[in-house]
Design a protein around this ligand. Structure first.
Ligand code: T1G
Ligand code: NAD
Length: 714
């Protein structure tokens, strides 16, 4: 077994190097090995001080998250690292923690149990546990307020966002910043020098530091904690862990350290065995799993991407060009006329200006990014591009024309991608001489904000093209999910029945606001009717009109949005849709519309009735699940977790519910199937249960198991 910890000595300083790839998690055996190394250093008279450092790209990125699944399965929550960290703190010789990459969760807790912390100026620290539905469980909520103060600790533990080393230095967590660290040995040398400076001097144990806990009156502390709770409720709506984290930080201000630790433990265990935590840890690993494509080996060679081009500078094209510029990749941006180009560039500049205003980055950063964008009205320089993303109007004829041109002007090894949201990648590829290099890259609006990228595999798309785009998605800070080439791919194909049910519910008498409220309270970022107004009702209307010939006769279709569009109500862009909107796009109910819809429904003989929030949620969410089951069975998604990652990152599905497929598994597919069958009896063919849902329900299995058993039997 590879050594988890290495012990070396330099100039009277023991260097303890943690080496547990890929992220030096405090997995089984790691803390024991560190403990042994510290004992060795304590026993060696020649050792004056100790440096603890991580091998590879990072310090310690936390406890081993894989261990939590075992704890949950055994309903046993091990002792954790609390005792080990007290031992570090009580070490007889100064312990200097040398941080590079990330010191997250248990990694920061380890660092804070040390007596001093030096960090590469580019490092990040954080307590991201709430993103896993838990709270720091090894003293983080007790030591962090002692170093950084109550407000900073409450914010870091309840929101889980990383903090740059420079800000951590200003907050008092880091004692020394090391500039110009280009490799681990630079940091090691600086840490050893720092350790020699503190050797022989009295050290302070973090747990004994209380000056920052009582910097103000109890009333002030209460106000700080109340603000933190308000912020957590707003930013992480529907979650328990962020509030539990603040309860634990509060304990640091009211009781002695050891009782604060006990309170933290209590809250940690409560959160660990929660459904919120199961869902979020599932999503954590699901987001890493999407990159694993069974028939595209990890070592598949990828094409280097040094430059890009985007066709169309409209809503999507401009955002996509920003995504490349943000990743430092020079990008050509082509439009069909100057006015459209100027409009696109102006939108990009104002988006950057907003980011600068919000302090996300400096004006200099914004200028550098815009400088990477080369506007053009021709394909002249397209031979420079390693990848081209087409984002012109959603018309097959136009896209074929553009791809035929791209196939002619681009280098033979360039990747040709389309941002189409509904059209067939295979049909677009047929317009080229190189279908193996054609792929779908379906960004989500606004493209420079939304993390999701559906990577659409065409029948001829080569594995190299897929591997290159999957790797590129990570470089563009996107979550790239490989999907098959069916109508609407995965996300939009499932969204269609979800939105259909929302309209039906209103047509059957549900109040417009009540439908949105029910899904919002369920945890969706926004209700389905408000989303429709945001995206524009006319987009769906145009697509429905284009596909009217595909509608099955006698099958109920929603009519309300078509009627709204016939009235010119396209949503926010016309300041009226399902709701009314003022100049600032603030939403207000429109009773006139509610009445109109009721009238239209009566004309169509649709009985009006009271509809509960429960029914609203079940019909909308189970519509997602049923269509998701079809997609899985038809092989347009590799695994259920891919669908969940798509919905969490592209459609505002609450991550603390794991995504639609995980949510259905948590309820139990038998129960879901029975209700879908009931909807089938009530509403007909549109609710025909997916064969996979029926089979798994009858076999007592879950979506999570689907695919594994086949693989197991293969
Ligand atoms: N435990 C186990 N595996 C982990 C892990 C962890 N903490 N962090 C990452 N991995 C795996 C990951 O699944 C992937 O595996 C590989 O490492 C590379 O990860 C006691 C209770 C550090 C910023 O929440 O945020 O400490 O797919 O693809 O993009 O209070 O990983 O290759 O098989 O994400 O370079 C708190 C979680 C834990 C940090 C690196 N810590 N990790 O990002 O690589 S709870 C976290 C990250 C805790 C204490 C509590 C990121 C990263 P595979 P990657 P990356
Ligand atoms: P848009 O109408 O805002 O922009 C399209 C742009 O393409 C226009 O500015 C137009 O001038 C330009 N254009 C047309 N022909 C061109 C040509 N030959 N060369 C260069 N530019 C040309 O449309 P959009 O909303 O940005 O959609 C673009 C594509 O992205 C569509 O395929 C759409 O389905 C897809 N998409 C849209 C969204 C969304 O929410 N809007 C989300 C995902 C995908």
């Amino acid at each position: 077994m590879a050594e988890l910890v290495r012990y070396t000595e330099e100039d009277g300083v023991a260097v303890v190097t943690i080496d547990n790839p890929p992220v030096n998690a405090l997995g089984p055996g790691v803390t024991e090995a560190i403990d042994a190394a510290l004992s060795r250093a304590e026993a060696d008279a020649g050792v004056l001080a100790i440096v603890v450092i991580g091998a590879g790209k990072t310090f310690v990125a936390g406890a081993d998250i894989k261990e939590f699944a075992k704890m949950r399965a055994s309903r046993q929550c091990g002792p954790g690292h609390t005792e080990f960290l007290l031992r570090v703190e009580d070490c007889a010789k100064p312990v200097v923690m040398a941080i590079h990459g990330t010191a997250f969760g248990g990694g920061l807790e380890l660092a804070m149990a040390g007596h001093c912390r030096v960090a590469d100026a580019n490092a990040q620290i954080g307590q991201p546990e709430v993103k896993l539905g838990i709270i720091p469980g090894a003293g983080g909520t007790q030591r962090l307020p002692r170093l950084a103060g109550i407000a900073k600790a409450a914010e870091m533990c309840s929101l889980g966002e990383p903090v740059k080393a420079r800000d951590a230095f200003d907050a008092g967590v880091i004692d020394k910043l090391i500039e110009g660290v280009s490799r681990e040995s630079d940091l090691r040398a600086a840490a050893v020098a720092f350790a020699r400076e503190v050797a022989g001097k009295p050290v302070r144990k973090t747990r004994e530091r209380t000056e920052k806990l009582h910097a103000r009156t109890a009333a002030d502390n209460a106000a700080i904690l109340a603000n933190a709770r308000d912020a957590a409720r707003k930013k992480l709506r529907g979650r328990r862990a962020p509030l539990a984290a603040i309860d634990a930080v509060e304990a640091a201000t009211t009781v002695p350290f050891d009782r604060g630790l006990a309170r933290e433990r209590e809250l940690f265990v409560e959160c660990l065995f929660s459904q919120e935590s199961s869902a979020l840890i599932y999503a954590f690993f699901g987001e890493r799993e999407v990159a694993k494509i069974p028939d595209v080996p990890k070592e598949m060679p990828v094409r280097p991407i040094h430059s890009a081009a985007v066709v169309g500078a409209g809503t999507m094209g401009g955002g996509i060009a920003m995504v490349f510029a943000n990743a430092g990749i020079p990008v050509l941006l082509k439009e069909s006329d100057q006015a459209a180009l100027d409009r696109g560039l102006a939108t990009m500049r104002s988006n950057y200006a907003n980011s600068v205003k919000r302090g996300r980055f400096t004006q200099e950063d914004a200028d550098q990014r815009m400088a990477l964008v080369t506007p053009t009205l021709s394909y002249d320089d397209f031979s420079r591009a390693d990848v081209v993303i087409e984002a012109a109007f959603e018309s097959m004829a136009l896209k074929k024309e553009i791809f035929a041109e791209l196939s002619r002007v681009c280098r033979p090894d360039a990747i040709l991608a389309s941002n189409t949201s509904t059209l067939s990648i295979d049909e677009i590829a047929d317009a080229t001489t190189r279908p193996e290099a054609v792929i779908g890259t379906h960004f989500f609006s606004p493209a420079n904000v939304m993390r999701l990228l559906e990577v659409v595999r065409g029948a001829a798309t080569s594995k190299e093209t897929i591997a290159t785009c999957m790797q590129l998605s990570k470089r563009l800070s996107k979550v790239g999910v490989l999907v098959g080439n069916c109508r609407g791919f995965v996300g939009n194909r499932m969204f269609h029945p979800y939105r259909r049910e929302a309209q039906f519910l209103v047509e059957e008498g549900a109040n417009i606001e009540a439908v949105d409220r029910a899904l919002f309270d369920f945890g969706m970022a926004m209700g389905p009717l408000s989303v429709a107004d945001l995206a524009g009702l006319d987009i769906g209307w145009r697509i429905r009109k284009e596909h009217r010939h595909l509608e099955k006769p006698g099958v109920r279709q929603p009519f309300a949005e078509d009627r709204l569009c016939e009235m010119g109500r396209y949503g926010q862009k016309t300041r009226a849709g399902w709701y009314r909107y003022d100049e600032q796009r603030r939403q207000s109910p429109d009773t006139e519309i509610a009445e109109l819809v009721r009238g239209w429904s009566r004309e169509k003989g649709i009985e009006q009735r009271e509809i509960s929030s429960q029914e609203i949620v079940e019909r909308c969410i189970y519509a997602l699940v049923n269509e998701g089951a079809r997609i899985l069975e038809e092989g347009f998604a590799l695994r259920a977790s891919d669908i969940d990652i798509i919905y969490i990152n592209g459609y505002g599905f609450p991550s603390f519910r794991g995504g639609p497929m995980w949510y259905a598994d948590a309820i139990g597919l038998k129960k879901v199937y029975d209700l879908v069958s009931e909807f089938y009896r009530q509403h007909g063919e549109i609710w025909q249960p997916a064969p996979l849902l029926k089979r798994l329900a009858e076999e007592g299995k879950s979506f999570a198991e689907f695919g594994t058993e086949e693989k197991a039997s293969a």
